[in-house]
Design a protein. Structure first.
Length: 320
């Protein structure tokens, strides 16, 4: 990829935000007035949100380069809705947009930031490794937080992205909300790609991808919500990747990709978190991946299957 790109991701995301602004009532989303003139949309902090809002939020996270839908399925023999994601632009949609790689911290405010604004900021190691950064006139970001951003937060994001505050759009939802819950579970493909990248695999070989994971019950608090959404992917996520190239490296790296490759695998995420002293950075990073990864080699026609789902842990995590 070229070192500097036109603002493709941010432009695509901004177009989708413009559509959402015209549908706030239907989506049960609220526009928040700001002194800076920035566009702030509440998807679940004080707003009720909706299933439609969750789908829209997930697609904004992917800069409109992925399609997200709800499908029927089951968990431990019980009928259960699943969130299905597909994309033919997996690098741009997932790693350069959807990955929550920006820790937005201003004063007492903290949020995990994802979306196209990350490509304009471009200071994450991931962007240097993939040689990508955008020069944007306007930026769009999604904040996973239980609080709405104030003027200082908006100003800091604008500064980091080299735009005026009025050219910033921020969509906000806590994990313990209908929309926030869904946008996290929509990361099944993203976690697989990020795991492959961290293992040194050339992710540009991935031509297309789809993934599915069960939509967990909306939690009463963010910590429980973080546990359930992680478990949905770690123990219920199933991802299929269409990859080109030789099979030997796929056979070598494949067993390391699913969450079961981690020594921390086997318990609900909250128990793993507590065992790590409630420090995310002490958790084995290899845990963060889908339960099952299926790789179709489009050059050789071979199919490789790694990992499997674990509904026993899902049932414990979801509480039924």
């Amino acid at each position: 990829m070229n070192e500097t790109q036109p603002a493709m991701l941010n432009e695509l995301a901004w177009d989708l935000v413009s559509q959402i602004i015209n549908e706030t009532d239907e989506l049960r989303v609220e526009a928040v007035e700001t002194k800076t003139g920035a566009c702030v949309l509440d998807f679940g902090v004080e707003a009720v949100g909706s299933l439609g809002a969750g789908l829209a939020l997930a697609e904004v996270c992917m800069s409109s380069l992925g399609e997200v839908s709800i499908q029927s399925g089951e968990v431990a023999g019980v009928g259960w809705p699943q969130l299905f994601v597909q994309t033919d632009d997996p690098i741009e949609a997932c790693l350069l947009s959807q990955y929550a790689g920006w820790k937005v911290s201003v004063g007492k405010y903290f949020a995990m930031g994802s979306g196209a604004m990350r490509a304009a900021y471009g200071h994450e190691e991931l962007f240097r490794e993939l040689e990508y950064q955008e020069e944007a006139l306007a930026v769009v970001g999604v904040l996973e937080s239980g609080k709405l951003p104030g003027d200082a937060v908006i100003a800091e994001i604008a500064k980091r992205c080299s735009v005026d505050p009025v050219q910033v759009a921020l969509l906000v939802a806590p994990t313990s909300s209908v929309a926030g819950n869904m946008q996290v579970v929509a990361r099944s493909v993203e976690t697989a790609l990020h795991k492959l990248h961290s293992l040194g695999f050339d992710v540009t070989r991935v031509e297309s991808a789809c993934g599915v994971a069960p939509i967990p019950p909306v939690a009463a608090d963010d910590m429980t919500g973080i546990g359930r959404t992680n478990d949905a992917i770690l123990y219920g996520g199933r991802v299929t990747l269409w990859v080109n190239g030789e099979d030997d490296d796929l056979l070598s790296i494949g067993p390391q990709v699913p969450s079961s490759s981690s020594a921390a695998y086997g318990q609900p995420f909250l128990k793993v978190f507590e065992a790590a002293g409630k420090d995310f950075y002490k958790i084995d990073p290899h845990l963060f991946s889908p339960a099952e990864v299926v790789i179709h080699n489009v050059d050789t026609g071979r199919v490789h299957v790694f990992g499997k789902t674990n509904h026993t842990v899902l049932r414990e995590s979801f509480g039924f």
